[in-house]
Write a protein that binds this ligand. Sequence first.
Ligand SMILES: Cc1cc2nc3c(=O)[nH]c(=O)nc-3n(C[C@H](O)[C@H](O)[C@H](O)COP(=O)(O)OP(=O)(O)OC[C@H]3O[C@@H](n4cnc5c(N)ncnc54)[C@H](O)[C@@H]3O)c2cc1C
Length: 431
Amino acid sequence: MRACAQETLAYKDWKSALRRSLAALPSEYGAGQAALRGAANPGSIPHMSECYDVIVIGLGAMGAAACFHLAARGYSVLGLERHHLAHDRGSSHGETRLIRKAYFEDPSYVPLLCRAFDLWEELEAACGERLFERNGLVTFGRPGASKAYDGALASGKLYSIPMEELSRDEALRRWPIYRPPEGFSAAFEPGAGFLYAERCVLAHAREARKRGAVLRENEPVLDYRFENGRALVRTQQGRYSAARLIVAGGGWSASLLRELGLPLDLRKMLLGWFPATGAHAADKGAPGFVFDLDDDFYYGFPQIDGKSIKVAGHRRFEPLSAPEEKDALPPSPERLNALRRFIETCLPFASGELLRSLSCIYTMTPDEDFIIDRHPETPELVFAAGFSGHGFKFASVVGEILADLATEGRTGRPIGFLSAGRFRANPHARG
Ligand SMILES: Cc1cc2nc3c(=O)[nH]c(=O)nc-3n(C[C@H](O)[C@H](O)[C@H](O)COP(=O)(O)OP(=O)(O)OC[C@H]3O[C@@H](n4cnc5c(N)ncnc54)[C@H](O)[C@@H]3O)c2cc1C
């Protein structure tokens, strides 16, 4: 951090700027407005803003990774997080996330995934903690009718990713813990696996701090603006300025980037932990799994706690109008029943009796592809949003890309298909 004399606003200017931005604040910041009005006394107003090369708003999976890459390159970085690190109010909690390369969604993601895998390994080596279990992933689907099954094999072929195709009988013999419906086959990616979600966020944050990043928790950003090409960011605790600003706000992105009008929808997703025998144990080599069934796309993880497995559905959701609504209601009985039915039908070594559950937010774009870009008129503002329920595995490379865009204005990674401009050209894109 540097004291930034040339950035300091005269108190008079600051007060009128504050008045303007208070008037513009949405009602969710009511408490902040009141606190700031209460504090409108010259003695308690900080005249000097802290100065950084880059400020990152939001320290979930993406923002924490961006802080790490920036700090590793020697930039002075401030990361601001509204809750504590690895909290459970956004999108990056719930123990584990699947990671795979044979991307059925779109093979354009594969080069990014290859880099993401390398970066997770580097982070694991740097922090000395296990972040990634390489147990493989088996995808069950109906050949010719399942996008997950056909798409994984197609991506695998295109990029020479080691994959195995198994008939239903072969799969039943190899993994008696799974009982796919008649007519299904299995696509197995042995190099896939799962990441420990909170550990990954904390590892990026810890390694960023070790390299000099200042990460402030429980400090929500109230607003930001650009003046003379610099970002001025205001929280309840202080004012900060930086040459570049990265916004990685997860479910809060639509309001943090309101002016861009990004087409983002929030979904509440349910995760459940169910009893399972030791046949599902990760340390005995059980892989992660995907079942592309007619009623939902179910997925789950090997057992890591000696008693249960985590299972979820990807397509069924409850719409949210704000992230804060996520835990207002208990899990939907309909969602829980669907998970139970799936387990009772397809997982003979597990039981449908729920042990615990969590909810988590998907921030969806209409085409379900991410948005990673610079602001069209204010290139000092870089943002990453709309990870549409499949972004975690990319966080390591997204952090690197955000650092590239913020510091060099460009990246060598192939992200053209993720530009925000695709929605300006066609607001509904693929969706
Ligand atoms: C149930 C579920 C299962 C998933 N499974 C997978 C999977 O298996 N594989 C996979 O790759 N992906 C998966 N995903 C998707 C992945 O987890 C998300 O895409 C990813 O975590 C999004 O990270 P993020 O940094 O964008 O959001 P978040 O982690 O939510 O981070 C945004 C941060 O910004 C902070 N913030 C917001 N506003 C402010 C403010 N004003 N001031 C300061 N801070 C602010 C928030 O508090 C939050 O910490 C899953 C998601 C869910 C919900």
